[in-house]
Design a protein around this ligand. Structure first.
Ligand code: CA
Length: 229
């Protein structure tokens, strides 16, 4: 549920805004004083702010400016005077919208919804989920380059990680040591297919319960290796 803070000294207006927003399913907090409003705006998590311009303590200009220095949360400014709104726009304090009193409560609710939806899209688009592979107790986070075996994190060198990830991403496919060497090590790398054998051994020590009877990376005699699905 979205949480909204209203900073408004006229209680009748604050109550009206609160009632309409609560009817629309929002959680609403009200502060009648600028100082307290600013303190809560900075200290607590809100999804949107509705700020009156003329307030005792600290005015709406200052609250807007201070919120914007720290947060990207949508801000709706409310003012009795059209002139004040032109002034706020001119100051470029970073408010997202301006409403002149008297306004229709349903218009305010519509604007609140529009700004919340827009903000959620904006925030949502920045969240990139980590790329994760999970196979029978092994979890590989490709983005963070971390590996867990039955919930316990294990440390891998860069090449061990690359080799394990490559095999796990292509399960049930048998690769020869030559193919794996070409895939994981670049052409200039010093080493040969014995490097692959050494790395497979190191990986098995970290992921297998019994390295003599591997459950994950199988040796296909005379051919190479396969990650068992
Ligand atoms: Ca006022």
């Amino acid at each position: 549920m979205s949480r909204i803070l209203i900073v408004e000294d006229e209680t009748a207006i604050a109550d009206l805004e609160k009632d309409y927003l609560e009817l629309s399913g929002f959680e609403v907090e009200v502060e009648n004083d600028g100082m307290t409003g600013l303190a809560r705006a900075l200290a607590e998590e809100f999804d949107l702010f509705i700020l009156d311009l003329m307030l005792p303590g600290t005015d709406g200009f200052e609250i807007c400016k201070q919120i914007r220095e720290r947060k990207n949360t949508p801000i709706l400014m409310v003012s009795a005077k059209k002139d004040d709104i032109d002034k706020i726009r001119g100051l470029g304090l970073g408010a997202d919208d301006y409403v002149t009193k008297p306004f229709s409560p349903s218009e305010l609710v519509a604007r609140v919804k529009a700004h919340l939806a827009r903000y959620e899209r904006l925030v949502g688009s920045n969240i990139v989920e980590n790329d994760i592979i999970e196979i029978r107790g092994i979890k590989i986070d490709k983005t963070a380059r971390r590996v867990w075996v039955n919930g316990e994190e294990k440390q891998f060198t860069t090449k061990e990680f690359d080799l394990l990830t490559f095999l796990a991403e292509n399960p049930n496919h048998v690769y020869t040591k030559e193919e794996l060497f070409r895939e994981i090590w670049d052409m200039e790398s010093i080493g040969d297919i014995a490097t692959v054998t050494v790395h497979i051994k190191k990986i098995r020590e970290k992921i297998e319960m019994d390295t003599a009877k591997p459950q994950y990376i199988e040796t296909i005699w005379g051919v190479g290796y396969r990650f068992k699905l």
